[in-house]
Design a protein around this ligand. Structure first.
Ligand code: HAS
Length: 549
């Protein structure tokens, strides 16, 4: 791709890994605090670190990495950016970075220990929310730049379906923009006036609902770029085409429809919403599982086709023929494997009654470490091994490939230990977001848990292994970005592995965005209009004006 486009992508990925470095260090500190093995200096607080960990890893690392990936893939699949697209991509990058720095400074200075979910009644400095608003605005500018690039392509390719990569990028961006409307509304009209003291109070239930209207699709904003790698990159590494172009596109548009009207499944224990609306959103949540099951099906089919093509016989012979020695593939395979229990855990969380057991316990922390923390993060790691060398033109040497294996294996072991301990501890009743012993003079609660997998030592061992793994990854990132020798021979040049996708039999209406946006808006209005209007009119359940459906 064009050198100027490479530069924008590389800056995005550079910021992503800076956030990753600080965020993982905070993670290490956390497991030791919970384990009672670390006493923080008086100016540093458990919640400050927890907020930095969540914001920098879940929100900032992912967002910058995703835009670095989108920019590279869009420039590769649709052609070099025009000057306007480039300009807006840069503006988007700088605005997002400015917002990130503002929010991070507020967190580090102890002015915004409100956790990465930052919803009321917790309150941070107004400047923290201004920083967050800038992050969103920045991502919108970058998104519009990519949409502009796509529109130019469509004008010159009338009647053609766009390449799969571009289609998936635009789907993710549509999802992102619709999702952000909730958080923008609450940050601008509720949090900023409240945090700067312009209003005395805040409508807590409304603000939480608007947050989760955004918060759930946010997880698919992280997941879909990983799915893009699964659908588009994995087949290329396996030497086959995309299994089904129309299945891939359909599964993506289903995410536009079903990932947004489901936020109440994070609020099933909150009193201000009646059961009817909670139940409706639980049903819709079960709909959003379908595109993931379609993805699983598609992946198994891809593996089998490729393995059989390479001579694998019998029921499972093809399995042995997969390219296990290629760290780009193995990393993503492990990422997928983690998503099986990760997705199953999600289904448990979403089940109305079972949510009572797991809500606000360490189980949830375990859940998101085997969704965003491994399937998504490890897919991004697997992509990093070729994406940075592709952008810098440097070598990804044999020794780096070995280090890559050490990195993903340590990440897997660390995550397995830590997240299993978190799930089990959660079932035993260990609360999430709670600093344990010695915190504000409270007594230690560590003695509640003393099994092998149910103690905080296991969690800390897992956390330490994860930190070691993160440092190996940072080493690979620094090498491939700045130090590794330039690739000269053709076999040293690292390529962007993008698989072919047959779109002859793909229906054209799949790319008619207005259909999908229209249905999505309908579902959102159906799921949210009435309960939100109750909240706006301050009608608690049981009061006049609150209808129990
Ligand atoms: Fe979740 C809480 C429900 C998916 C992230 N989730 C969270 C939180 C985060 C998060 C961060 O209903 C915490 C928020 C907070 O701080 O409070 N989640 C779901 C459901 C799904 C789901 C139904 N979550 C995700 C993904 C995330 C993520 C993806 C990040 C990227 N989640 C919930 C609920 C809560 C929740 C409740 C609130 C709980 C509470 O009370 O607070 C579904 O989308 C999952 C569907 C997925 C599948 C898996 C398909 C499997 C595939 C892999 C195939 C493997 C292959 C490899 C091919 C059905 C595609 C083969 C290998 C072999 C070895 C055989």
């Amino acid at each position: 791709i064009a050198a100027q486009d490479r530069k924008i992508a590389l800056w995005n990925i550079g910021v992503a890994y800076t956030a990753f470095l600080i965020g993982t260090l905070c993670g290490l500190l956390q497991v030791f605090i919970r384990n009672d093995a670390l006493q923080l200096p008086s100016w540093l607080d458990y919640y400050q670190i927890l907020t930095a960990h969540g914001v920098l890893l879940a929100l900032i690392f992912t967002t910058f990495f995703i835009f670095g990936f989108f920019i590279t893939g869009m420039s590769k699949s649709l052609g070099a950016f025009g000057p306007k697209v480039r300009l807006f991509s840069w503006i988007g990058f700088w605005v997002t970075l400015l917002g990130t720095v503002m929010a991070t400074v507020m967190i580090v200075s102890g002015e915004a220990s409100v956790l990465y979910t930052f919803y009321a009644p917790l309150k941070g400095s107004g400047w923290f929310y201004v920083g967050l608003a800038l992050v969103i605005v920045g991502t919108w500018i970058s998104s519009f730049a990519l949409v502009g690039h796509y529109i130019v392509w469509r004008k010159t390719h009338k009647g053609e379906l766009s390449p799969l990569f571009a289609f998936m990028t635009i789907t993710t961006i549509i999802l992102w923009i619709i999702a952000c409307l909730g958080v923008v509304a609450t940050v601008l009209f509720q949090y900023i006036p409240w945090a700067f003291g312009w209003t005395d109070t805040i409508n807590v239930e409304l603000s939480r609902s608007l947050f989760w209207y955004f918060g759930h699709p946010l997880v698919y904003f992280w997941l879909l770029p990983a799915y893009m790698a699964w659908y588009v990159i994995v087949p290329k590494l396996l030497g086959v085409k995309v299994f089904s172009d129309s299945l891939a596109r359909l599964s993506f548009v289903l995410f536009i429809l079903f990932s947004i009207p489901v936020g109440f499944h994070h609020q099933l224990t909150e009193p201000g919403i009646s059961n009817f609306w909670k139940f409706l959103q639980v049903v819709l949540t079960f709909m959003v599982i379908i595109p993931s099951l379609m993805t699983a099906f598609s992946m198994f089919a891809t593996f089998e086709i490729s393995g059989r093509k390479k001579g694998g016989t019998g029921l499972f012979g093809w399995f042995k023929k997969l390219p296990w020695k290629d760290v780009r593939f193995t990393s993503i395979f492990i990422a997928m494997a983690f998503f099986i229990p990760g997705g199953a855990g999600g289904i448990i969380n979403a089940s109305f009654q079972l949510n009572e057991v797991v809500h606000n316990t360490l189980w949830i922390v375990g859940h998101f470490h085997i969704t965003v923390g491994t399937p998504v993060a490890m897919t991004f790691m697997g992509m990093t091994f070729w994406l940075i060398p592709y952008l810098t033109g440097r070598k990804f040497t044999k020794s780096m490939q070995i280090l890559g294996f050490v990195q993903i294996i340590t990440w897997s072991i660390g995550m397995l230990l830590m997240s299993t301990a978190q799930h089990v501890l959660g079932l035993l009743g260990a609360p999430r977001r709670t600093a344990y012993s010695g915190y504000n003079g409270h007594e230690s609660a560590l003695e509640w848990f003393d099994g092998i997998l149910t103690n905080h030592v296991t969690m800390a061992v897992g956390g330490s292994i994860l930190f070691l793994s993160a440092m190996i990854l940072i080493y690979i990132v620094v090498m491939t970005m700045f130090l590794s020798p330039k690739a000269v021979k053709p076999e040293e040049i690292v390529e962007f592995p993008m698989a072919e996708s047959d779109k002859e039999s793909t229906p054209k209406w799949l790319e008619n965005w207005w259909i999908w946006i229209g249905i999505a808006v309908f579902l959102i209005v159906a799921a949210y209009a009435i309960p939100l209007s109750h909240m706006i009119h301050h009608a608690p359940p049981g009061s006049e004006g609150f209808k129990t459906w």
